[in-house]
Design a binder for this molecule. Structure first.
Ligand code: HEC
Ligand code: HEC
Length: 240
């Protein structure tokens, strides 16, 4: 699965280009890969120096970049589980909005960076957020949770996390993305209308700013719409 990526993963693209160098660097009988330098080259942009999720590119993805330094959370993952999340990313763990690294990094490199990620963990007290297993389960069982993740993945970069039309990427657009959380706009949104909109975009020669998505996510539109309706409800409730 290659997610819609023209802006969201631009950082990853840049980094992947850099990975050409890494294979040269790590080729032959060079010393074993150094997890810290891999982290600083490929991960720091989103996860931040200390793994707290505050890297400069994090904001663009729309999704909060997880806190890799939270010991209570990270200690729930075995080395194998952590390795697999880095290697496969959202392909196997769709509740995590990060592409896997197995195409850019060798298994040895993934292992090394996994070990380095372990060293970032600091004791922040007991876990107050859902555990990895709870998150995974909730994603599997709850259509609204899937809608939330898909919305963040495909739409929030432009339409904003709360649907106000103020996503990070919107700042670079000549047209303001619609405020989907506006109850008047939300009321017109149906699965059919979104699908029609996306189809029209694909067929139209004069596509303006709403992207032509590479991904076929027609099977996810139901859940996205479900979630947009809750954004509008919040908006409606907050009106004086
Ligand atoms: C373009 C931004 C970006 C880059 C670059 C990036 N990540 Fe991520 N990563 C994310 C996001 C977003 C998540 C999902 C966070 C969440 O849902 O809690 C994530 C999740 C993870 C997780 C799973 C945490 C959990 O909750 O189970 C691990 C481990 C991880 N990243 C490690 C890495 C490593 C190692 C690298 C470098 C090889 C890297 N990431 C590069 C954005 C990024
Ligand atoms: C790259 C930025 C971008 C992304 C990503 C994006 N949109 Fe948009 N969207 C726009 C812009 C800009 C407009 C308003 C101008 C236009 O129609 O081209 C718009 C308009 C819309 C409208 C029309 C609202 C109205 O006025 O009736 C709907 C509905 C919509 N988007 C839904 C979505 C959904 C759902 C997603 C995620 C699956 C999404 N958009 C992703 C930029 C984006």
């Amino acid at each position: 699965m290659q997610p819609y990526s023209s802006y969201r993963w631009f950082a990853v693209l840049l980094l992947t280009i850099g990975s050409g160098f890494s294979s040269i660097l790590f080729a032959g009988d060079s010393p074993p890969p150094d997890g810290k330098s891999i982290y600083n080259r490929f991960c720091i942009y989103c996860h931040g120096e200390k793994g707290e999720g505050d890297g400069p590119a994090g904001a663009l993805s729309g999704v909060a970049t997880g806190d890799l330094s939270n010991k209570a959370y990270m200690s729930q993952l075995s080395d194998q589980e952590l390795h697999d999340r880095i290697a496969w990313g959202e392909e196997k763990y769709p509740y995590l909005q990060m592409p896997g690294w197995r195409n850019s990094l060798s298994d040895e490199e993934i292992h090394a960076v996994m070990k380095y990620v372990r060293t970032l963990a600091v004791d922040k007290g007991p876990l107050t957020t859902p555990s990895p297993k709870e998150r995974e389960e909730r994603f599997r069982k709850d259509p609204l949770e899937r809608g939330r993740i898909y919305y963040l993945h495909y739409c929030s970069g432009c339409h904003g996390k709360s649907g106000h039309g103020d996503g990070e990427f919107a700042k670079t657009l000549p047209d303001r993305p619609a405020a989907l959380s506006n109850p008047a706009i939300a009321a017109t949104i149906t699965v059919q209308s979104i699908n029609d909109y996306l189809t029209a975009r694909k067929q139209s020669k004069k596509v303006r700013n709403m992207p032509i998505f590479e991904d076929d996510f027609s099977d996810k539109v139901d859940e996205i719409v479900l979630y947009i309706k809750t954004l509008a409800k919040k908006e409606g409730n907050s009106k004086p």
